[in-house]
Design a protein around this ligand. Structure first.
Ligand code: SAM
Length: 263
């Protein structure tokens, strides 16, 4: 797997990952197409339900095979298939730690039902006792600290709830928006997941790399990454995104030599 480290591989994640013999991923973040008719470059996002479920079983199984024994596996999924993902994960022997709801602003407008404003994010691990969870990296100020000025408050803050607010969808007018991918995840959301469930130097795998958000955040946090993406166009654009990031960090290090490794 060494040759794939810090690369975005162009291919079908099932084909690519089923060739790997040894588990290499400390953390997997998977944000597959939700089967809701999004327009992707190379993938048709509206297939028969039974085919989508069979495909979900296949890609989850190959991901589980490359997940290290003490690794963590997060899966983002829409309402329609969240229950299927949970059942497949149970069958694969994954252990659920949280069923997170990402509640976002700027949801899609509707005419005759309530507007959809959430995505499910499952947090699974391979081993129920041994896993990475860096609580200090993700603590947030508590109400005791912020509102009640309560002396009993933990000065380090509290662990976030399993309903995540404060991460709007990356919509058209946002500076972060790259404009060439239909469903770019916010970097801030990936920051929380990567900070909590991996350590510097670990390997983070994204089997549906898309615009490369996972790789971009992993690189910024000193993790290694492997991305797999079926569209050559998205892979090319992601490589530009990652090269730009590298340029910015080299420029920053040149301005502040003390930030350079060994500086
Ligand atoms: C929901 S998007 C991922 C978005 C990503 N999280 C981001 O922040 O940009 C799903 C991606 O999976 C890709 N894809 C679909 N089928 C695939 C497959 N079998 N193997 C690898 N990538 C695939 C699509 O082209 C699309 O870019």
């Amino acid at each position: 797997m060494q040759k794939f480290l810090n690369k975005i591989i162009c291919g079908d994640c099932i084909e690519v990952l089923s060739k790997v013999r040894k588990p290499f991923a400390d953390l997997i973040f998977a944000d597959p197409p939700f089967n809701i008719g999004y327009k992707y470059d190379k993938y048709h996002d509206k297939v028969k339900s039974k085919n989508y479920i069979a495909w979900t079983k296949d890609w989850m199984a190959v991901c589980k095979n490359v997940l290290k024994p003490y690794g963590s596996f997060y899966i983002a999924i829409g309402d329609d298939y969240a229950a299927n993902v949970k059942i497949i994960a149970d069958d694969l022997g994954l252990v659920m730690r949280n069923w997170i709801i990402w509640h976002y602003t700027f949801g899609q407008q509707t005419k005759n039902k309530f507007a959809r404003s959430h995505t499910h994010i499952f947090y699974f691990v391979n081993d129920k006792k041994n896993f990475t969870f860096n609580d200090c990296a993700v603590r947030v100020p508590s109400d005791r600290q912020l509102i009640y000025n309560d002396k009993r408050a933990n000065p380090a803050g509290k662990l976030p709830d399993d309903v995540w607010n404060g991460y709007p969808r990356v919509c058209g007018t946002f500076k972060e928006r790259l404009g060439w991918h239909p469903c770019q995840m916010p970097e801030k959301l990936l920051k929380r997941i990567i900070a909590a469930s991996s350590n510097p130097g670990d390997c983070v795998l994204d089997p549906f790399s898309g615009s490369g958000t996972t790789a971009a955040v992993a690189a910024q946090q000193g993790r290694n990454y492997v991305g797999v993406e079926i569209s050559q166009e998205y892979v090319g654009n992601t490589n530009k995104r990652l090269a730009e990031l590298k340029k910015i960090s080299v420029e920053a290090a040149n301005k502040n030599p003390q930030d350079k490794p060994g500086g």
